[in-house]
Design a protein around this ligand. Structure first.
Ligand SMILES: Nc1ncnc2c1ncn2[C@@H]1O[C@H](COP(=O)(O)OP(=O)(O)OP(=O)(O)O)[C@@H](O)[C@H]1O
Ligand SMILES: [Mg+2]
Length: 264
């Protein structure tokens, strides 16, 4: 059953999901299927439930009813099939860069020390940090630390990569660079990605599909597929007509969602 296939080979299915924090209902009958290898971004105003949704996907939170299934099985936080990248790099300050990258592999406990080192070096090089393996996190910039977090998630070769505003704290130029690097990695590795962001440009630049979340408990406000061709490339993509069209529409959508909260 565990045949080797494209790393993004399974759909992620959110089916009839209900979730509340006590009296506060966040989702009622939420249904989303994320296709294998799809790059899905989720945007929406603060408090609409983006992080909650990601925590439900990863198994950090459990639905009240309904399910989140990958290959027919609920995900658990310790599941090696997914990697999680948080908004702020969550590195152990006392471990070197390479030791931080190896951490998930150590937890999985399947490889010998030399195999772990080889794999960690491979992904560290992929995110452009070859030569920094002995640095402590404090000696790295914010963007470099976030790359270490990304390398750590990638070493597990997850079929599913969950990212919660991973580049939100970076300056605009560094974020654009990280977006390009992420796309190169994604095109090479083919994972399914669920990417949370506040940034409309970032969502359009990266995604195959964008979901705008409504205010709780209304779930999806809009779900659409991007027709911007790939490969995408910097200014050319960011200045194409479709990019501007999506940007205008998404801005309006988010304003509508924000307004509906005031009325409610
Ligand atoms: N542990 C918790 N207990 C109770 N309520 C919570 C908890 N975590 C989040 N909430 C509430 O659930 C709602 C959704 O929160 P969530 O963090 O998912 O929003 P978000 O869309 O990620 O917002 P942001 O864009 O600000 O990160 C908010 O009203 C928040 O106050
Ligand atoms: Mg959040």
């Amino acid at each position: 059953m565990d045949s080797v296939q494209h790393v993004g080979g399974d759909p992620l299915v959110i089916d009839n999901l209900y979730f509340s924090y006590g009296q506060l209902t966040i989702f009622e009958n939420l249904n989303i299927t994320v296709q294998p290898g799809e790059f899905l971004s989720i945007i929406g105003p603060s408090g609409c439930g983006k992080t909650t949704l990601l925590n439900l996907l990863s198994g950090f939170l459990e639905p009240d009813s309904g399910s989140v299934l990958l290959r027919g099985t609920p995900l658990k936080p310790e599941d090696p099939h997914f990697g999680y990248v948080f908004q702020h790099a969550t590195l152990f300050p006392w471990l070197s860069t390479i030791e931080n990258v190896e951490f998930g592999l150590k937890m999985a406990g399947e490889l010998s020390p030399s195999e772990m080192r080889e794999k960690a070096m491979h992904y560290l090089a992929m995110v452009g940090l070859k030569g920094f393996e002995d640095y402590l996190p404090l000696k790295l910039s914010g963007g470099m630390q976030q790359r270490v977090s990304l390398a750590r998630a990638l070493t597990l070769e997850p079929r599913l990569l969950l990212m919660d505003e991973p580049f939100g704290a970076l300056d605009a130029i560094t974020r654009d660079d990280m977006n390009d690097e992420l796309l190169v990695l994604w095109e090479e590795l083919g994972q399914t990605v669920v990417f949370i962001t506040h940034d409309i440009d970032e969502a359009i630049y990266l995604s195959d599909r964008i979901i705008v979340l409504n205010r709780p408990p209304h779930g999806i406000y809009k779900d659409f597929k991007s027709e911007i061709p790939r490969p995408r490339s910097g200014q050319e993509t960011r200045t194409c007509d479709l990019f501007w069209e999506y940007k205008k529409d998404l801005r309006n959508d988010i304003e509508e969602v924000a307004k509906s909260a005031v009325v409610a």
